[in-house]
Write a protein that binds this ligand. Structure first.
Ligand SMILES: Nc1nc2c(c(=O)[nH]1)N[C@H]1C(S)=C(S)[C@@H](COP(=O)(O)OP(=O)(O)OC[C@H]3O[C@@H](n4cnc5c(=O)[nH]c(N)nc54)[C@H](O)[C@@H]3O)O[C@H]1N2
Ligand SMILES: Nc1nc2c(c(=O)[nH]1)N[C@H]1C(S)=C(S)[C@@H](COP(=O)(O)OP(=O)(O)OC[C@H]3O[C@@H](n4cnc5c(=O)[nH]c(N)nc54)[C@H](O)[C@@H]3O)O[C@H]1N2
Ligand code: SF4
Ligand SMILES: [Mo]
Length: 694
């Protein structure tokens, strides 16, 4: 039986909690003694994750108690060295600077960014609220390069982002998505579906472990997924494989869509994608004949110069095959009905965020700034300069595109504050470093719909204290109150802010804290659209999007060749002949995190960081496995170790991101961004490999 206070074992205490490293939110049991975590294991009673944890979760004691943790605020002194300062001094510096910038230059000259460590975290909404009351529209999140693109694509098509229901599916299509590494707890459900007979299709330029186990692996040329999706739609329409009842009753724009895909024959699509046409046809029949089926578009499709329209095309596929909002298909979940923290954006529109002119849909729906443009704002005043940047839970220098340019920008900005649990390449450039607090050192809300499509949620308890620490929420709230926004930040304690948040759910902080496992705010009900319609202007699934049309954006999911590619930029390809994909996930690291965590660093005995290269290309370039090489793009160059593999097609190379010593984002681009969302094309660029001793 679960007890909130935990039960004693030896002279330690077993506590139940949640791992918040990735958004799988695995239930965990922790052995805690003297404010230290001794051991972590999976909680078998957790309704969704059932005892599963991955190596990152298991490494939690090492991560949380690492000797490298930042423990005190630090400011950069005149000599450029960091010295510890008191919390009072840290707050007084920040508040003083923000007052000065607001009165001298205007509040929009301050930007606040919450990164991956803030995704689905409470403090992100409060950071946005802070920006609103201070008066800056320049609040940005990891959504500048993550998830928002496919979210927006699905919002305009079916009203919200659906979640694949793997366990009840008959055909699972993992499309530029590799959950074995990126969302390992989901494998419980994928494996369950497979055991019950579901087919598996993997669409990936790399023969990943999952691709090797799939019924069909389509080894696609990077960045051409939009053409493949149109090819599937072409076949589905031509062979009348769609769900006619659903299409007639619940969609608009079928005629226009049919015209768009007219030429996308399997032969043409094969030519574009470099997938044999018979395989395209076979995969298409597999998912239309094995229903319900679902598509999981991964980040690889978003990090492209035409990723938004690709995600649109896949959303349409999910829809016209009649697999939307049902068990075994893709579910449209209700969000947790929390009381709103972000204020009404309509009241804060007098100053425009950076990127709003270029990306009106991004601006209209999430109202935030596009952080990929911040370096241009800082360096060239485009569209206006930024004087200060506050970063919480992100390491931009290693994760945002065009790192050489960003470094110059962050070196030149007047005031940079970074709140992080560890020293990073970005915090080294900061004027002020604030110690971050880990997930299990504070309360958080976890959400079961994101990964599992179950309308379950819970309060993740604070397991240990971070001595002398200030949580991210307290940090934001103290700055806000210090600047005089007591009315908008009335809560004196974090628990009170949670109580406010839970008001519209009708429960209290204490109630949720005592709850065994999960609170069911649903349950999920199929086909809610039959009662309410889809959450789109026409209440139908919009194959031809009225929202996009109104904003002057292409309303049909047109395919465009990657901005940089051997076919599109032939001149450039003469110098940079290889197609470069950066940042495919591995199990043990999380973006730029955990290179300093011994068990994770030693998880695989491989030379890292490396560039993966096919044996044919290696031979052509006279490169041996294990040899040091330089990878160069139009933006910059890094040195890595060559890893020769048979898992990639000739001409494609893979570079992991997140390494201080070989930063893949030196190679990436922040100019040719996705025209709808401003996402960077990290997954298909041009590069060359040079031998180090040449
Ligand atoms: N361990 C770990 N887990 C993570 C993260 C992490 O850093 N580490 N990051 C988290 C975050 S923020 C995110 S967004 C998710 C991302 O999770 P995923 O979406 O699974 O992302 P990736 O593994 O990067 O890419 C998935 C697959 O896309 C393939 N791919 C590359 N280019 C293309 C292409 O052009 N077309 C197609 N079809 N496939 C392509 C890659 O080979 C890879 O197998 O992972 C989350 N989980
Ligand atoms: N080339 C290339 N670049 C990419 C990608 C790619 O595939 N290729 N993927 C992109 C994607 S999808 C994403 S989401 C971004 C992610 O990029 P970022 O948002 O920069 O993510 P992280 O590198 O994980 O940085 C999170 C930082 O927060 C710190 N941290 C961890 N937990 C906490 C906490 O609880 N509180 C605080 N204050 N700090 C904490 C960590 O130490 C770490 O330094 O990267 C993007 N960059
Ligand atoms: S999959 Fe791993 S990192 Fe993600 S929540 Fe579970 S244990 Fe934590
Ligand atoms: Mo992400």
């Amino acid at each position: 039986m679960f007890e909130q206070e935990g039960h004693s074992i030896g002279n330690g205490m077993i506590r139940k909690g949640i791992c918040g490293i990735c958004n799988c939110f695995c239930g965990i049991e922790l052995l805690v003694k003297d404010n230290r975590i001794i051991q972590v294991k999976g909680d078998r009673d957790h309704p969704l994750t059932k005892g599963f944890i991955c190596p990152k979760g298991r490494a939690m004691p090492e991560i949380v108690h690492s000797k490298d943790r930042i423990r005190r605020p630090m400011k950069k002194n005149a000599q450029g060295n960091f010295e510890e300062v008191s919390w009072e001094e840290a707050f007084s510096i920040i508040i003083g600077k923000l007052e000065e910038i607001k009165s001298r230059f205007g509040p929009e000259k301050v930007a606040v960014h919450t990164g991956q460590a803030g995704v689905f975290m409470q403090f992100t909404s409060y950071a946005e609220r802070f920006c609103q009351v201070y008066g800056t529209p320049n609040f940005s999140t990891a959504g500048s390069h993550c998830n928002t693109s496919k979210e927006l694509a699905n919002i305009v098509t079916v009203g919200s982002l659906p979640v694949p229901d793997y366990a009840n599916s008959k055909c699972i299509v993992l499309w530029g998505y590799n959950p074995q590494y990126s969302a390992p707890a989901q494998m419980l459900y994928i494996n369950e579906g497979r055991r019950k007979g579901a087919k598996l299709i993997v669409i990936d330029p790399k023969a990943t472990k999952l691709a090797k186990r799939a019924d069909i692996h389509l080894q696609i040329r990077p960045g051409t997924d939009g053409a493949l999706a149109l090819g599937f739609i072409h076949l589905i329409i031509k062979e009348k494989l769609y769900d006619p009842e659903f299409v007639n009753n619940w969609t608009i724009g079928f005629h226009e869509l049919s015209k768009l895909v007219e030429d996308y024959t399997p032969e043409k699509v094969s030519e574009i994608t470099e997938i044999p046409s018979d395989d395209i046809i076979e995969a298409c029949y597999m998912f239309v004949e094995n229903k319900p089926s679902n598509f999981s578009p991964g980040i690889a499709l978003e990090l492209q110069s035409n990723g938004f329209q690709t995600a649109r095309a896949i959303s349409i596929l999910q829809t016209i095959t009649g697999n939307i909002d049902l068990i075994g298909g893709a579910r449209l979940n209700k969000p947790i009905p929390l009381s709103e923290v972000v204020l009404d954006r309509e009241n804060f529109l007098d100053r425009k965020p950076i990127g709003s002119d270029k990306y009106p849909l991004f601006h209209k729906i999430n109202g935030r700034a596009q952080a990929n443009l911040f370096s241009d704002a800082i360096l060239y005043g485009d569209p206006y300069p930024l004087k200060a940047l506050i970063v919480i839970g992100s390491n931009p220098l290693l994760t945002w595109p065009n790192a050489n340019k960003l470094r110059k920008a962050l070196e030149s900005i007047d005031f940079l504050v970074v709140m992080d649990t560890f020293m990073t390449e970005t915090s080294k450039l900061a004027d002020l470093i604030i110690p971050g607090v880990n997930y299990i050192e504070r309360y958080e809300i976890w959400n079961g719909s994101i990964r599992y499509g179950e309308e379950l949620m819970g309060l993740s308890p604070k397991i240990i204290d971070f001595p002398n620490g200030v949580t991210e929420w307290e940090f934001i709230s103290k700055i806000a109150r210090g600047l005089g926004y007591e009315k908008e930040f009335p809560w004196l304690k974090e628990e009170e802010a949670f109580d406010y948040r839970f008001q519209s759910l009708g429960v209290s902080f204490d109630y949720l804290l005592k709850m065994e496992h999960a609170y069911d705010y649903g349950p999920y009900k199929e086909k809610r659209y039959e009662e309410e319609g889809f959450n789109t202007p026409s209440k139908k699934a919009e194959l031809y999007s009225s929202i996009l049309e109104d904003l002057g954006i292409e309303p049909l999911p047109k395919y465009i060749e990657p901005a940089e590619s051997p076919r599109n930029t032939k001149e450039l390809a003469r110098v940079y002949p290889l197609v470069l994909s950066t940042g495919a996930r591995n199990l043990e690291y999380y973006h730029a995190r955990f290179r300093n965590i011994e068990s994770l660093r030693n998880f695989k005995k491989e030379f890292e960081p490396f560039v993966e290269i096919s044996s044919e290309t290696a031979k052509e370039e006279d490169i041996k496995d294990g040899e040091r090489v330089i990878v160069e793009s139009l933006r910059g160059r890094i040195e890595l170790v060559a890893k020769v593999t048979s898992d990639l097609n000739p001409g494609t190379i893979y570079v992991p991101h997140g390494w201080d010593e070989a930063n893949a984002n030196v190679l990436t681009d922040n100019i040719d961004l996705d025209p709808v969302t401003g996402f960077p094309p990290d997954r298909s660029l041009l590069a060359r490999i040079i031998k180090v001793n040449k």
